[in-house]
Design a binder for this molecule. Structure first.
Ligand code: URA
Length: 410
């Protein structure tokens, strides 16, 4: 039976709900082994899945845990999710912006694994910040201040925890149907009725082509419709890092700068406004243009930053204690010209080496390290000018010439 199911998918045939349920729940129960599940995942990766299979697998994932009931909050409940990128701290800015506009946002985020960062690791760089709220604490805080940013509870789609960890080490992360099932099952179980999905595409993302990003967008909307949730998608570039800072404390500080109105241009700012405008438009029934104006206003009048402070205080964090490493190394241009490319993937790998990310699940993050970009793509560069600054703990953790390689000057 187990091998028959693997072979059926290998030949590109459709698996029934019964077969998928048997296989995936069998894996969760320990009856199906890692090597058998890996084999099925690879067959899915290569042969794809039909819409019916995707709906079935999403249901199996959602039903593996609890669904958070947010009906105690009046009106629309919103959520956002990113498929993962480099320097992606948008949740830290977007969530307080929309909450400042009285749109409740209860977001359960993950940790970073591999080259993509995780919101929970960024939040934990704020000393004292509690990312392990219980369901009761989540409900209490949501009623109290309308914003919660916490880690996924143990009962939120436990199937995804197991399968994602296996996908991560078996080269099956980039499968469009599997990303759709993994991300949408978590959003459905988190209880929001309006969901914005940020699909990253480029060298520093799981998906490398716009065609795949559009395919994923279509699937996410179909799954949303199936579950009666409104889903909007934004396809955003991830060839260049988002914003200037990569690394946990550094990214929190950059999000704070945006919320304080100190950042008003660049890819990080424009993506935050775009995502916030989508959420505001869905939640309040206004146009995206009006949503964007409302988001900018929430920054300018200080209410978004005030909401962020409220959030951090409610979850026990102390913003005055955020630390960045005192050891820094400036990386300077070896020639003059135009900065044509900054390779997000290479910088992500370097920042993992510095300790800002994990290679395996057990690795401990160093919140103080990372990279700050001093120049943007398109800038005129003079030989000797600083391209970026590396914040490190141990000089052996990085090779300056590899950092320089991430910058293409033409
Ligand atoms: N993020 C997720 O949560 N799941 C995926 O499969 C990919 C990105």
């Amino acid at each position: 039976m187990i091998v028959d199911i693997i072979n059926k998918k290998r030949l590109g045939k459709e698996l029934s709900f019964k077969e998928l349920n048997f296989f995936f729940n069998g894996y969760l129960d320990g009856k199906i082994k890692d090597y058998q599940m890996s084999s099925l995942l690879m067959a899915i990766c290569i042969m794809g899945m039909t819409d019916e299979e995707i709906y079935a697998l999403t249901k199996i994932f959602v039903d593996s845990g609890d669904i958070l009931d947010l009906s105690f909050l009046p009106g629309n409940k919103v959520d956002k999710h990113s498929t993962g990128g480099v320097g992606d701290k948008t949740t830290l800015a977007v969530a307080p912006i929309v909450a400042a506009l009285d749109i409740p946002i209860i977001k359960m985020s993950g940790r970073g694994l591999g080259f993509t960062g995780g919101t929970i690791d960024k939040l934990e760089s704020i000393p004292g910040y509690n990312t392990s709220l219980t369901d009761q604490q989540i409900i209490h805080q949501a009623k109290d201040i309308g914003i919660v940013l916490t880690g996924q509870t143990a009962t939120l789609v436990p199937m995804d925890k197991e399968i994602y960890a296996l996908r991560d080490v078996t080269g099956t992360v980039s499968s469009v149907p599997l990303i759709a099932v993994s991300t949408m099952s978590k959003k459905i179980a988190s209880g929001a009725n309006k969901i914005v999905m940020d699909i990253k595409v480029g060298g520093g993302a799981l998906l490398h082509t716009r065609k795949d990003a559009h395919k994923l967008s279509e699937l996410m909307k179909k799954i949303g419709k199936f579950y009666n949730r409104e889903v909007e998608t934004v396809i955003s570039d991830m060839n260049v890092p988002l914003g200037h800072n990569i690394g946990n404390s550094l990214e929190v500080l950059e999000a704070i700068d945006l919320l304080k109105g100190k950042i008003k241009t660049g890819n990080f700012y424009s993506l935050c406004i775009e995502l916030a405008s989508e959420i505001i438009s869905m939640a309040k029934g206004v146009s995206k243009w009006d949503g964007a104006d409302m988001a900018r206003e929430a920054i300018l009048d200080g209410s978004a930053y005030k909401k962020f402070e409220e959030l951090v205080k409610a979850q026990g964090g102390d913003l005055s204690k955020i630390e960045i490493s005192k050891k820094t190394k400036q990386i300077k241009a070896k020639k003059s010209g135009i900065l044509e490319k900054i390779d997000a993937y290479k910088l992500a790998e370097i920042s993992v080496g510095l300790g800002a990310g994990r290679v395996s699940k057990e690795d401990k993050i160093n919140p103080k390290v990372g990279i700050v970009l001093n120049k943007e793509v398109g800038s005129m560069i003079k030989k000797g000018s600083v391209l970026c600054t590396v914040y490190y703990e141990n000089v052996k953790d990085f090779d300056p010439s590899l950092v320089l390689d991430a910058f293409s000057i033409g």
